[in-house]
Design a protein around this ligand. Structure first.
Ligand code: GDP
Ligand code: MG
Length: 223
């Protein structure tokens, strides 16, 4: 396919006001891994910081985690695409491990199973919901233990899943559709640390974010 580079892997980073965390996150990407930072109108210097560090910056006017991830997927030019949070909670150095089984066609999806470094990094309500949803996905035949924000798949296969949610339901819908499509998943344990740089959680760290995530995910589960 024209325009697809084989020597690099694009990494999509949904980003909303993560300027202090971005330098560490981008520095952690292995050589050959190219960052695509998708910004939803951050009010801090996220876009400038990312561009200054050599990332491709894509502006997405529609708010939402799913909107950012989808736009990043469209902007990606490599066959295999990685997704990673931009808040410093996950380590991009581990991405090659996830790329391997996808590249070898041993799995359609590789995902990072979050292992919290300390109890405080993952609020109990988010963790409990995650455990229940992962169990429900396993009942559908998809061997996952986390609704993982760190994932690797082939670009065209992901587009063919036609994930529709543009909010916080996106990661769950992706897995529901992957289960239906009979995807093979490889999970790798990945350390889950605190977000870095004093930035603020948009999802599980606040009541508002948690309620929005629960609403988006419930909608996905019903459809
Ligand atoms: N572009 C964009 N990124 C978002 C949005 N909401 C969350 N993110 C990013 O998605 C990632 C996960 O969100 P985060 O706030 O860390 O959720 P938490 O890990 O549950 O606290 C981070 O990189 C955020 O910057 C959004 O509406 N738009
Ligand atoms: Mg986070």
């Amino acid at each position: 396919m024209a325009g697809v580079r084989s020597d690099t892997v694009d990494v999509v980073l949904p980003c909303l006001n993560e300027a202090p965390a971005l330098p560490g996150v981008l520095a952690g990407l292995p050589p050959g891994y190219h960052a695509i930072v998708v910004d939803n109108g951050s009010t801090d210097r996220s876009a400038e910081v990312a561009a200054g560090l050599g990332a491709t910056v894509v502006a997405e006017p529609r708010p939402g985690y799913g909107a950012a991830v989808h736009t990043g997927l469209l902007a990606a030019r490599t066959d295999i695409v990685c997704f990673l949070d931009a808040d410093g909670s996950l380590d991009g150095r581990l991405l090659p491990q996830l790329v391997e089984p996808v590249l070898a066609d041993e799995a359609e999806l590789a995902a990072g199973r979050r292992r919290p470094e300390s109890p405080g990094v993952w609020p109990w309500h988010a963790r409990a919901g995650n455990v229940l949803l992962a169990a429900a996905l396993r009942a559908k035949g998809l061997g996952v233990h986390d609704i993982a924000p760190m994932r690797v798949a082939r670009r065209r296969a992901l587009l063919a899943l036609r994930v529709e949610d543009r909010g916080f339901g996106y990661p769950l819908e992706l897995l529901v559709r992957a289960a239906r499509a009979g995807w093979r998943v490889r999970e790798f344990d990945v350390p889950y640390g605190p977000r870095t740089g004093g930035t603020v959680s948009k999802v599980s760290g606040s009541l508002r974010g948690t309620l929005r995530a629960a609403r988006d995910m419930a909608k996905v589960w019903r459809t």
